[in-house]
Design a protein around this ligand. Structure first.
Ligand code: DX5
Ligand code: ZN
Length: 228
């Protein structure tokens, strides 16, 4: 029997209280978060505006876990070194937002961070054909990017199964671990189905920060994944 797949919970700061961000980061880590998901929106690639490298740098001393920077910006390359300096661990980007995807992946790696590609609901996994061996993360969006609190799009589940096959095949070939993350509308009541379809890393914004008890929510998510 193969060992159980890991279950990493990555609360998205998008739904945290921005006036108390350091405190929120510490609270969610104390409650069991494995990663902190950091949503960067530019009001250009997506119709919303959030936080940048200065805020990443400000929360870094509050975080004892990896910071998972999700870039929803266009262009991508200019801002990558800034996030590396600001303490990002993972940097993921949308391939449509970069003119030269291979170059951007290389830039993230050279900056000392772990690169990942993000797939919108309608973006084909074919972008993995010539990139997967250079990636540390594959992130499937289960909402259209730009806002927290949207509903999970169920047609992403079969796509997730296909992504799992590709990630496992790459791992069998190279031995490298690639995280398979899902982002958007992840809740206690659908996380089991998402885990079954192949995800090992789960972004949850409103489900965690909208709850009174972060610890109970993260524990319930982990229990649902374990039972799946
Ligand atoms: C959406 C962001 C998500 C968002 C998820 O564009 O990338 O990370 O915060 O929020 P929920 O979990 O509320 O859907
Ligand atoms: Zn995100």
């Amino acid at each position: 029997m193969s060992p159980p797949r890991p279950c990493r919970i990555a609360p998205s700061l998008l739904s945290a209280d921005f006036a108390r961000l350091g405190e929120e980061v510490r609270a969610v880590i104390a409650a069991g978060a494995d990663l902190v998901h950091f949503d960067v929106m530019d009001n250009h690639y997506v119709p919303n505006l959030t936080i940048g490298p200065l805020v990443c740098e400000a929360i870094r001393p509050h975080s004892s876990v990896p910071i998972d920077v999700h870039l929803m910006v266009e262009p991508v390359d200019r801002i990558v070194p800034d996030f590396a300096k600001a303490g990002a661990t993972f940097i993921t980007f949308h391939p449509e937002a970069s003119r030269h995807v291979d170059r951007t992946i290389g830039l993230i790696r050279e900056s000392g961070c772990r690169p990942g590609l993000v797939f919108n609901p309608a973006t084909p996994l074919a972008w993995l054909d010539h990139t997967i061996d250079k990636l540390d993360m594959v992130l499937l969006m289960s909402v259209n990017p730009g806002f927290g609190g949207q509903s999970f799009l169920p047609h992403v589940l079969p796509k997730l199964e296909e992504a799992r096959r590709r990630v496992d095949a790459a791992r069998a070939r190279t031995g490298r671990e690639i995280l398979l993350e899902v982002d958007g509308g992840v809740k206690i009541d659908n996380i089991a189905a998402i885990a079954k379809a192949g995800a090992d890393t789960f972004v949850a914004g409103s489900a965690v920060f909208g709850a009174k008890d972060y610890r109970a929510t993260i524990a319930a998510m982990r229990a649902a994944v374990a039972a799946a």
